[in-house]
Design a protein around this ligand. Structure first.
Ligand SMILES: Cc1cc2nc3c(=O)[nH]c(=O)nc-3n(C[C@H](O)[C@H](O)[C@H](O)COP(=O)(O)O)c2cc1C
Length: 200
């Protein structure tokens, strides 16, 4: 699988946390402008990237540090990336192309016709690999996984805000439709949350 390395100089000395929290809003009206690869790199690193190398701890907390969530960026308009579905590899901060193509129409259709899914420069599709948590936490794993998606989503909101970008949490979508788009089975792994991101 050909890896696409993401820029590693992600630090940008953004706004203070109080300013970011005060100005965070759900934004749905994105401009038809590309995101740079560096912006995508920052979004992914501060969403779920490794922030403590020795123990491989990440930007978002995770029950037992088991990290059941995966992020699939669907690039609608990202400089240097062909349109298509990518998978984020946290360990080496890289992407791999899962499927090339224009998925704007499908993403809108499976999210109740929401235009923001097509207008976003990138849609960060969050999925869960349930067994990663379930072997330890059994039926409680489902709760933890959903809570963890919330932590990652909030990170995406905050880093997007600090970068002057917009995003909106989306829970209203057809699960099977999105599972088919990113090619997961909906049992072992299922899409649970969507974060479209774009310029505002
Ligand atoms: C779990 C969850 C699911 C959401 N799903 C949607 C959605 O499907 N569509 C949408 O437009 N906004 C969605 N939102 C965004 C909320 O509408 C938004 O957070 C709320 O209106 C408050 O506005 P604010 O985020 O700007 O403070 C969702 C938010 C959360 C936390």
């Amino acid at each position: 699988m050909a890896k696409i390395e993401l820029p590693r100089e992600v630090e940008f000395g953004g706004l203070s946390v109080d300013r970011v929290i005060e100005s965070r809003r759900s934004e749905r009206d994105f401009k038809d402008m590309p995101l740079s690869l560096l912006e995508l790199s920052r979004l992914l690193h501060y969403a779920y990237g490794i922030t403590e190398k020795r123990e491989q701890l990440r930007a978002a907390p995770s029950a037992g540090a088991l990290y059941p969530i995966e992020i699939y960026p669907v690039a609608n308009n990202v400089q240097g990336l062909a349109r298509g579905i990518y998978r984020y590899f946290v360990a080496d901060h890289s992407l791999a192309l899962v499927r090339e193509g224009d998925f704007r129409h499908q993403m809108m259709r499976h999210a109740l016709g929401e235009e923001m899914m097509g207008r976003a420069s990138v849609v960060l599709v969050l999925s869960a690999i349930f067994e990663r948590s379930a072997w330890r936490y059994r039926e409680r794993a489902y709760r933890y996984i959903l809570l963890e998606a919330g932590h990652i989503s909030q990170n995406i909101y905050l880093v997007a805000t600090a970068l002057g970008l917009g995003t909106c949490a989306v829970g209203a979508f057809d699960d099977q439709g999105y599972n088919k788009i990113i090619r997961v089975d909906g049992k072992m792994e299922s899409v649970i949350y969507l974060m479209p991101v774009g310029k505002i």
